[in-house]
Design a binder for this molecule. Structure first.
Ligand SMILES: NC(=O)c1ccc[n+]([C@@H]2O[C@H](COP(=O)([O-])OP(=O)(O)OC[C@H]3O[C@@H](n4cnc5c(N)ncnc54)[C@H](O)[C@@H]3O)[C@@H](O)[C@H]2O)c1
Ligand SMILES: O=P(O)(O)OC[C@H](O)CO
Length: 339
């Protein structure tokens, strides 16, 4: 067990709160920044977060605050903001973030720039040490102490070691990686396929269908990542196939829930507003479609989902296109000479 320290979590939604609780349970003091003063007050007085983690007791060493100046005092900061808000929230305090350790837990891609969140952190605070925490990590299960594993990825081994020290516990195991880009890309891309998976479940499609979808999703996201220079082996780990499996199979995933609602006949807007939480896959789908078109990467699942959600194409038509497409070989990275 590590020595006790004060750490910060920026973002007090479901994931930020679950992680803050873990840190406090490990004996650390946690400053948790939240945008909403009313939510912060509820946590302070009731030690509950009924909006994001109903029924979970919040440790007394988690101190909610809306004061950003206060929360940037510790030298280790975890960031759990929605990707759409991360740059805007952190920009005013960028100078103070230099020389800190910044760990992104946000699984998204910035529209227009195609930057991952840790790349934005690096842009804002070039002197900071940067890491990414990603893996099969449903916030509610972490908060309920389901046995969970995750990955801390950083080029700087001391970042990995410090994060392992503060987070390791009987129920939460932290593996290290030096492939920050691959780990982060895996966490962002899988959300898109979780939307598809939720749709197939709502439509009563079989287990064969879901296994095929998940496996072809892994092929597709790996193909994309390799084109962008990531190591494909990372996708065999917790932040790749691990996160893809949990998000595509769990009704607790918000991305899966959005897909499920669309499969039930709701529009995208209706599905997102019924959820009332962040489903990063919707924005990721848009930026991924644009990037794969720009780079000429074959991504039939992304193309199909985009056509349904943003192009008004029927699911039947998309399925027909996918199933009757030109026959392909199974695994991309095996030589198929002679086929
Ligand atoms: N919930 C999970 O299981 C989980 C697990 C792993 C990673 N993540 C990732 O963590 C990130 C945050 O997700 P979450 O589940 O905590 O989301 P959430 O919807 O539960 O909470 C989002 C939080 O951000 C705040 N927020 C929203 N817009 C904001 C803005 N413009 N400025 C400041 N604050 C704003 C909300 O008030 C809320 O506190 C996402 O990228 C998500 O993919 C979530
Ligand atoms: O609820 P989701 O769909 O945002 O997924 C949560 C986590 O990313 C699962 O690891």
């Amino acid at each position: 067990m590590s020595s006790k320290r004060t750490v910060a979590v920026i973002g007090g939604g479901s994931f930020g709160t679950a992680l803050a609780n873990l840190l406090a349970e490990n004996g650390h003091k946690v400053l948790m920044w939240m945008r909403d003063a009313q939510q912060a007050e509820i946590i302070r007085t009731e030690r509950q977060s009924p909006r994001y983690l109903k029924g979970i007791s919040i440790h007394t060493d988690v101190e909610p605050t809306t004061d950003l100046a206060k929360v940037i005092q510790p030298d280790l900061l975890f960031i759990a903001l929605p990707s759409s808000a991360l740059r805007d929230v952190l920009k005013p305090i960028a100078d103070e973030l230099n020389n800190k350790i910044l760990v992104s837990m946000t699984k998204g891609i910035e529209a227009n720039t195609f930057l991952l969140m840790s790349q934005i952190l690096q842009e804002l605070a070039p002197q900071a040490k940067i890491g990414v925490l990603s893996g099969p990590n449903l916030a509610r299960e972490i908060a309920e102490h389901a046995l969970t594993a995750t990955v801390i990825a950083s080029e700087d081994v001391t970042v990995c070691q410090q994060v392992q020290q503060v987070l390791h516990s009987r129920t939460f195991r932290v593996y290290a990686s030096n492939d920050r880009y691959g780990v982060e890309l895996g966490g962002a891309l899988k959300n898109v396929y979780a939307i598809m998976s939720g749709m197939t479940v709502a439509l009563g499609m079989g287990e064969n269908t879901r296994a095929t979808l998940i496996t072809r999703a892994l092929a597709e996201m790996t193909r994309f990542a390799v084109k962008l220079g990531a190591n494909p082996m990372t996708f065999l780990g917790l932040a790749g196939v691990g996160d893809l499996l949990v998000t595509c199979n769990s009704a607790k995933s918000r991305n899966y829930q959005v897909g499920y609602a669309i499969g039930q006949g709701l529009s995208l807007d209706e599905a997102v507003s019924r959820l009332g939480e962040v489903a990063e896959g919707v924005n990721t789908l848009k930026v991924l479609k644009a990037k794969s078109d720009e780079l000429g990467i074959y991504m039939p699942l992304v193309t199909g989902l985009y056509a349904i959600i943003f192009g008004g194409m029927s699911l039947e038509k998309v399925i027909e296109k996918l199933m009757l497409a030109e026959p392909k070989t199974d695994v991309d990275f095996i030589s198929t000479e002679g086929f």
